[in-house]
Write a protein of this length. Structure first.
Length: 139
């Protein structure tokens, strides 16, 4: 008895039959993962020109006067927002690099994994990231 005797007549000719399916092997491909991330946060900086302020006096209905304080907005037109942000906060690339450093330290201390995070794989995932675009703007 041959193998063809186990199948219905003509079945071996049907390429879509489950027993005729060929598993496609895994193959390596080069890809680029490019992502844009954003985060709105507060930062402190002294890189601005304070707005002028003052007090105006106007007469009131009772022959006295009322004082009105005013404040012009601060001038941030020349503020270097990228530097101001880097001085007090971490960019995503900074966080990735810190994660790599932390994983290396833990691995050196004998910690091979924390939960499902394996330090060797985490270190590899943190490597070779490039910062394609970096913007910091005032809201």
């Amino acid at each position: 008895m041959s193998e063809a005797d186990y199948y219905p007549a003509g079945a071996y000719l049907d390429p879509s039959a489950p027993y005729n399916q060929v598993d496609v092997p895994d193959k390596e491909f080069e890809v680029t993962c490019s992502q844009t991330l954003s985060k709105t946060t507060s930062i402190w900086t002294n890189d601005y020109i304070p707005g002028a302020s003052g007090v105006d006096y106007e007469p009131d209905d009772e022959r006295g006067c009322c004082a009105y304080g005013w404040q012009d907005p601060d001038d941030t037109s020349e503020t270097n927002w990228k530097q101001a942000y880097k001085d007090v906060a971490m960019t995503p690339l900074d966080i990735i690099n810190a994660c790599e450093t932390l994983a290396k330290h833990l691995l050196e201390q004998g910690t091979t994994h924390i939960g499902h995070l394996y330090m060797k794989e985490l270190i590899e995932e943190c490597q070779d990231w490039n910062e394609d675009d970096y913007e910091v703007i005032e809201e």
